[in-house]
Design a protein around this ligand. Structure first.
Ligand code: ADE
Ligand code: ZN
Ligand code: ZN
Length: 260
């Protein structure tokens, strides 16, 4: 009984880390986006968010999951498909899913955030979900398989500690890197203009297919090696950097387009 009590108490104080890029990752995405907003978008975002900022609100949908009324929003953070689909098959598969997922929710929230018929509070909440979901769908394991819950059920030992593939990519790698979100955003902020244009021209379904392609590689590697060591981070640093950069740049693109 004491053991049970102890476990429950421990659960209560553990940070909620199951759902997404960790706090630093989401905030870095928000900060990079802030650096690439047009003046008009910046003003509209400020009007909707009031005293809050993109950086600050970027993690809120994860925190909302602890409120009973937001429990049904859990599937908005990811999308599961089988592996092995080619681009067009993948896009058709995600478009055909009837249940709420990160893809169809993102499209809905983009529409809601611009809809003048909604209240400011409704539009602000839609904006907050857009900020968060753009980040989440750039985390490769948020587009993984259903049967292992996007890698949550794939146990790994990373540098001697037990974890899982999903958690490693949500936060384990960024924690290992040890930078704050301001440092991350500064380090990742310089993206050449032609690349910004290319990234922003891609459609959300293509962002997801990129994540899905990366997830396929990460699943295969995890099958080969279930106890990655200190060499795992440097071998994947470029992917982590590019996914955070792309999320930030594309978030700015979505907001610039919505509020032009
Ligand atoms: N987080 C919780 N369940 C998940 C799933 N099935 N896929 C991706 N991320 C998840
Ligand atoms: Zn999330
Ligand atoms: Zn996650």
């Amino acid at each position: 009984m004491r053991k049970l009590f102890f476990s429950l108490a421990l659960l209560a104080v553990l940070p909620l880390r199951l759902w997404a890029w960790g706090v630093e990752g989401h905030r870095a995405v928000g900060r990079i986006a802030e650096h690439h907003l047009t003046e008009k978008a910046r003003r509209q975002v400020a009007t909707l968010l009031g005293t809050q900022t993109l950086t600050l609100v970027s993690t809120q949908p994860d925190e909302m999951l602890s409120l009973p009324e937001y429990k049904p929003t859990a599937p908005w953070h990811y999308i599961n498909t089988p592996l092995g689909l080619a681009h067009d098959q993948y896009v058709a598969a995600i478009k055909a899913q009837p249940e709420a997922n990160a893809y169809n929710t993102l499209l809905t929230k983009i529409k809601e955030m611009k809809n003048p018929a909604l209240t400011q509070a409704q539009r602000a909440e839609a904006l907050i979900f857009v900020v968060h979901i753009v980040g989440d769908v750039h985390q490769p394991l948020h587009t993984g398989r259903a049967e292992d819950r996007g890698g949550n059920d794939i146990k790994l030992t990373y540098r001697g500690k037990e974890t899982n593939l999903h958690s490693l990519w949500d936060s384990g790698l960024l924690d290992y890197q040890g930078l704050t979100y301001t440092e991350l955003a500064a380090e990742y902020n310089d993206v050449p203009t032609p690349l910004i244009k290319t990234w922003q021209a891609a459609a959300p379904a293509d962002w997801l297919f990129e994540s899905y392609t990366l997830a396929t590689k990460l699943y295969a590697e995890a099958e080969q090696n279930s106890s990655p060591d200190f060499r795992y981070y440097p071998a994947h640093a470029e992917i982590v950097k590019q996914r955070i950069q792309q999320a930030g740049i594309r978030l700015a693109g979505v907001l610039n387009e919505a509020f032009k």
